[in-house]
Design a binder for this molecule. Structure first.
Ligand SMILES: [Zn+2]
Ligand SMILES: [Zn+2]
Length: 169
């Protein structure tokens, strides 16, 4: 997504756009298969273009515990200050990007991709109380009961189960 800046007057501007689902050239397309809507609030003043970029979509995750796939609303905001000329200003909050005075448009796609990647939660759970899958019988404990106790115990398999368990670690 590109923002035309060449003849942009000073002051506030708004841009909105849609990035087609799966069209981004990055490796987590499976998490963001739907269209992304992007809203940009831009303020141009002196040699600065301050951008507040809001990204929203429906993200697609897989639960770490039970492996169920689920969707969640995703929205993130990203603040970037584009500064014309060599970087010489400092701010606490915004990322500052130095741009050339004859740049015609700013491509914000890269920043959006970066934001999407770092926003994937470290821990993915379909619900906080997800019980996961039993390592013994493979039952999805959210919907079924563990069957481990039901199977009559056959000690001849103990050695094999031990090997299986140690391989899993
Ligand atoms: Zn789960
Ligand atoms: Zn079980």
């Amino acid at each position: 997504m590109k923002i035309p800046i060449l003849h942009l007057e000073e002051g506030y501007h708004h841009f909105s756009g849609v990035i087609k689902g799966g069209s981004l050239n990055f490796y987590r397309n499976e998490v963001y298969p739907r269209d992304l809507s992007v809203e940009v609030d831009l303020n141009k003043f002196e040699k600065n273009i301050s951008c507040q970029i809001s990204i929203s979509t429906l993200a697609h995750y897989q639960c770490d515990r039970c492996l169920a796939e689920y969707d969640r609303n995703f929205s993130e905001r990203l603040d970037i200050l584009f500064h014309v000329g060599p970087q010489e200003i400092e701010t606490d909050e915004d990322e500052v990007v130095s741009i050339s005075p004859d740049l015609k448009e700013i491509d914000i796609t890269l920043y959006i991709e970066e934001c999407l990647i770092v926003s994937i939660p470290m821990k993915l759970l379909c619900k906080e109380s997800c019980k996961g899958i039993c390592a013994g019988c493979g039952a999805d404990l959210n919907t079924e009961n563990c069957k481990c106790a039901e199977t009559p115990h056959d000690s001849r398999w103990d050695k094999l189960m031990e090997i299986k368990k140690s391989n899993r670690k």
